[in-house]
Every structure is written in structure tokens, then in C-alpha cells.
Ligand binder design. Structure first.
Ligand SMILES: [Zn+2]
Length: 540
């Protein structure tokens, strides 16, 4: 074909066959090839994994390990040659906490060690403590009277019956074409988001009253069982109430493997005496009320005042080592930065990584960063709502933005475990679809095929989205996230899938690179309007 004929043809294609917005999103395939090569042949992602998960370990917000992880990631970034690697404070948070020792055994009617973990922000036992067990089920405060005066010095075997079932489906899952097609279908949202202000406050209030009740009744310890039916020695463990100064639980609380808990429950039902011996050491840390995010950059060139951000939360729960939640997200973001730096990319816009703490307590680290740099809604007076993030304060009024907000093109987040990327949640931002469509094309052979207009919640991209910065979370294969690792004692290095992590690192590095090089910033969508106040519900 002659050059002029070809020009006419391609013009015709642009003008007539393809809608204007879907045309000609540039993709720098040569750089994408180099990113792929560096990420698949020279990967450091599993080195980052052992550094974070094995050498440091759990990273509960406020724990000494959390601070170590902040400092280690900062120093890794400096060693990589990134600029401006530093910690940024947010807070005040509340109390730091770490578990140093836990040993629980049954001493009667049988002698046997038990699988059990301390719940975060609960005290230890002050040495060896022995007590008789009593089964207690409390669903609301009307149930307190049933047990009043009967619990002093007792170990409370707490909660509804645990149901243990055989595992009949593989605990491991990749998304099928069918699953992806379903994710691709948009669901029109309801009038109000599912988060209910009043319900949340009520639940929080009940937890407070329950902990107060156990204190007043001089309970020795409270032991509940792991969630779910899978059992098998996997124990899902979170907190035993508030982390706020002056509000932490005063009675030791533990979560036990379901099969061990049910043995005790059955013996108690048969009116047998069950005695346990507990020895738990936990430490509270009150020296520094502030917490920290780790931030570092690759400076831009002709558009250096504009920024592309990528991030993940660095904090975890404490029973495992937070490998899939969210060590995985942390190390792929570190690796994406390493790849871009190793290739000596000179991005037009500045590329900035943020590793957040406090995510598990309500996106607190990313929220703190966004509030300091980009914008927020007014604060609310109610003490329990004071620390709620902007995205949950829609009843407080409109978002006010700072000048920096206008200069952030987009934010990319990974926090769905170790599984490889299969697509992107567009968070209802239709204008980015054709752009991402084009950037996704080079990764079809790696299984990335799906864009969905759906929102996905629960993690740090929401902090950015809430103030009008395009924030994205990728669609990932679940692997063993819900069945085994998410917030469990088995969220450890061995559950990481290295090939998946390499795939994620390469794709994130590419998307970040394309965003940094693009002529324009990413298109934006409207900021959520304030919500009218929820009508007061009458106490029943
Ligand atoms: Zn997470």
C-alpha cells in the first residue's frame, strides 16, 4: 500500500470505524518488553518476601515489628536508589501491642497442649494461671443477667457452636472465564452504600459493654474459636476490642483452633469439669502515639510536579506473618519500583510509592496521608466517629481538596493476596476503560483480560477515590485467600506464589509507567456527594 493511501485508510479508521475515545491510546511496547524481561529474569520479589515475612514477621499496627518494617522498607528504597525515601507520620493511633508468649494446655480431664493465639490488644495472664471452664453464649446485653455472679475466676469458653466440616472443594481457586465474565458485569448500586453508620456504632458499643462485663465479673480469660468451618489447625485471629488508650480490654482473650474448642465445649455439655492452664505474655507500647507510612519516589522530568502513585498496606494481623495480607501487595510494589529504577526509566511524571500502616483498623495510614496531602471531609463530633475515614464520613459534608490533589494522575493498589492479576476494577470511571484496554493488551498471554466498571472495596485505593483521585485495585486470582490465609496463623511465606507475584510486579510497573508517560493525566469521575444524616433508630 502506498503511504498516502495508508494514511487515508488509517484516518478513516480513526474517524469512522472506532469511537473517538477508543482510538490510539499509545502504548510503549518496547519499554513494556524490557519491564517484562527484568521482572521475569531478574526478579527480587521473593528476596523482598523473605526479608519482610521471615526476618521481620508479623506487622500489627503499633507493634515494634511495624516500626521495623517501616524502617526496613525505607532503607530498601534508599538502597534501590529511589529519592526522598522517608517515613510520614499519621495519628495519633492508640496503643502498640505485641504477643511474646502463649502456651495453653488442658490439665483435666486430660493433659494436652492446645492450639491457641492471643487476640490483639488484650492483656496477658501475668504468669501461669489455672482455671475451670464455663460455656457462655452472649448475643446481646440482655444475656448478661444469665451469667452475672457466675464467672469469677473462670475461663469463659465463648461464642456459638463451632461447626467443623470436611473440605469438599479445593481450597485453591483461580478465576474461570465464567467468573471473569460475571465480574465484568456492572451491578447498579443501591441508594445508600451497604455500610450502616448506626449498625456499626451499635456493634462497637456492644463489644465495649461485653468487655466491661467480663472485667466486672472478674473473668480469668475468654476463649473463642476460629471462624469458618474448615478448621485443620488454621486459626483466624483478630483483635479483642479497641486499640485506643484507656479503652483496651482488661481480660485476656484468645482464639482457639475449632477442633480443640469443640472438645472443651462437648465436655462442658456433659457437665464434666474442664481445667486449663494458661500462660500468656503480651506487651502494650505507649511511647509513641503516632504511626508511619513509608514513602519514596522516582522523580519525574518535564512533568515532575505531577505524580503517579502506587501502594499497598504494610501492616498485617499478628498470628501469621501477613504474607498474603498484605506482604504480597507490599513486595510487588517494591519490585515494581525496583524494575523501573533498574531500567533507568526517566518518567515524565514523578512516580511515588506509599506503603501504608493501619489498613486493618480502617485504612488509617492511607487516609492519614490523603488527608494531609490531598483533601478530606469535615470531621464528626461523635467520639466513636471521630477517626472514621473520609469515605465513611459522607454524612459529615462535602470534600475539600488541597492543591496537590489536582496533580495526582492516579493511584494503583494491590491487596487481594498472592494471586496473579486478571484485570482491573475501574471504580465506575468509564473514561479510563479505553486507556486501560490498550495497556492491558500486552498481558493477555499472562491471563489479564477483564475490565469491570464495578467498585471494589475494603482497601486503600478507597482513600484516594474518596477525594476524587482515580484509585484502582486489580482483579486477582483468589488462590487460598479466603479459605486459608486471610487474617490467619497460616498467612506465611510458603503460601506465596512466586510466579504470580512476578506477573503482578510486571503489570503494575507497566501501568504505572504508562500513567507516568501519558500526554494527559488519567480522566476523573465525580466525587461522592454528601449523604443526608441517617434517621435515628429507636432503641428496642
Ligand atoms: Zn489487606
Amino acid at each position: 500500500m502506498k503511504k498516502s493511501a495508508r494514511l487515508v485508510c488509517s484516518l478513516a479508521v480513526i474517524l469512522f470505524s472506532v469511537p473517538a475515545v477508543w482510538s490510539q491510546e499509545k502504548s510503549d511496547l518496547e519499554t513494556i518488553s524490557r519491564i517484562r524481561y527484568e521482572g521475569f529474569h531478574n526478579s527480587k520479589v521473593m528476596e523482598f518476601a523473605t526479608g519482610l515475612m521471615d526476618s521481620i514477621g508479623e506487622r500489627l499496627t503499633g507493634s515494634p515489628n511495624m516500626k521495623r518494617a517501616n524502617e526496613w522498607t525505607r532503607d530498601q528504597f534508599t538502597a534501590m536508589g529511589l529519592s526522598n525515601s522517608h517515613l510520614e507520620a499519621w495519628g495519633p493511633f492508640g496503643r502498640g501491642w505485641a504477643n511474646q508468649y502463649v502456651n495453653v494446655r488442658m490439665t483435666s480431664p486430660d493433659i494436652v497442649p492446645l492450639i491457641v493465639y492471643s487476640k490483639a490488644w488484650t492483656p496477658g495472664t501475668n504468669g501461669v494461671a489455672t482455671g475451670k471452664c464455663i460455656r457462655v453464649t452472649i448475643e446481646d446485653k440482655k444475656d448478661f443477667d444469665k451469667y452475672r455472679g457466675k464467672l469469677a475466676g473462670m475461663i469463659v469458653i465463648f461464642g456459638p457452636d463451632a461447626e467443623v466440616k470436611p473440605i469438599t472443594e479445593a481450597p485453591y481457586k483461580r478465576l474461570s472465564d465464567d467468573d471473569l465474565a460475571k465480574t465484568g458485569e456492572y451491578q447498579i448500586p443501591g441508594e445508600r452504600p451497604p455500610f450502616r453508620f448506626a449498625d456499626f456504632l451499635k456493634r462497637q458499643q456492644f463489644m465495649k459493654e461485653l468487655n466491661q462485663f467480663f472485667t466486672e465479673e472478674k473473668v480469668l480469660a475468654v476463649i473463642d474459636h476460629s471462624r469458618g468451618t474448615a478448621g485443620g489447625g488454621t486459626v483466624f485471629v483478630q483483635s479483642g476490642g479497641s486499640y485506643k488508650t484507656g479503652e483496651t480490654a482488661t481480660v485476656p482473650q484468645l482464639t482457639m483452633a475449632s477442633e480443640h474448642w469443640t472438645r472443651i465445649a462437648r465436655l462442658l455439655q456433659q457437665k464434666k469439669d474442664v481445667t486449663l492452664e494458661l500462660n500468656v505474655t503480651n506487651t502494650f507500647y505507649d511511647d509513641d502515639p503516632m504511626q508511619y507510612d513509608t514513602v519514596a519516589e522516582i522523580p519525574g522530568t518535564d512533568r515532575k510536579d505531577e505524580v503517579v502513585m502506587l501502594g499497598a498496606h504494610l501492616d498485617s494481623w499478628h498470628a501469621g506473618t501477613g504474607a498474603t495480607d498484605n506482604g504480597a501487595g507490599t513486595i510487588v510494589m517494591m519490585e515494581a519500583m525496583r524494575i523501573l529504577k533498574a531500567l533507568e526509566i526517566k518518567p515524565r511524571r514523578t512516580i511515588r510509592i506509599g506503603l501504608w500502616s493501619g489498613e486493618e483498623q480502617g485504612l488509617l495510614g492511607s487516609q492519614g496521608y490523603v488527608e494531609q496531602h490531598f483533601g478530606s471531609r469535615p470531621h464528626m463530633d461523635e467520639p466513636s466517629m471521630k477517626d472514621m475515614p473520609t469515605l465513611l464520613r459522607r454524612e459529615a459534608g462535602a470534600v475539600t481538596v488541597k492543591p496537590e490533589q489536582a496533580r495526582v494522575s492516579g493511584y494503583f493498589n494491590v491487596d487481594n493476596g498472592t494471586g496473579k492479576i486478571r484485570g482491573v476494577y475501574l471504580q465506575e470511571n468509564a473514561a479510563v476503560a479505553p486507556i486501560f484496554e490498550s495497556w492491558m493488551r500486552p498481558f493477555k498471554d499472562l491471563g489479564m483480560t477483564t475490565l469491570t466498571m464495578r467498585n471494589t472495596g475494603g482497601t486503600d485505593h478507597l482513600s484516594f477515590d474518596a477525594v476524587g483521585i482515580p484509585g484502582f485495585q486489580f482483579i486477582q486470582d483468589p488462590i487460598e485467600y479466603e479459605t486459608r490465609t486471610h487474617h490467619s496463623n497460616m498467612d506465611v511465606y510458603d503460601r506465596l506464589q512466586s510466579d504470580d507475584l512476578k506477573q503482578i510486579s510486571v503489570i503494575v510497573a507497566s501501568f504505572v509507567y504508562e500513567t507516568a508517560m501519558r500526554d494527559q493525566m488519567l480522566p476523573r469521575k465525580p466525587i461522592e456527594k454528601p449523604l443526608p444524616k441517617e434517621p435515628e433508630k429507636k432503641e428496642e
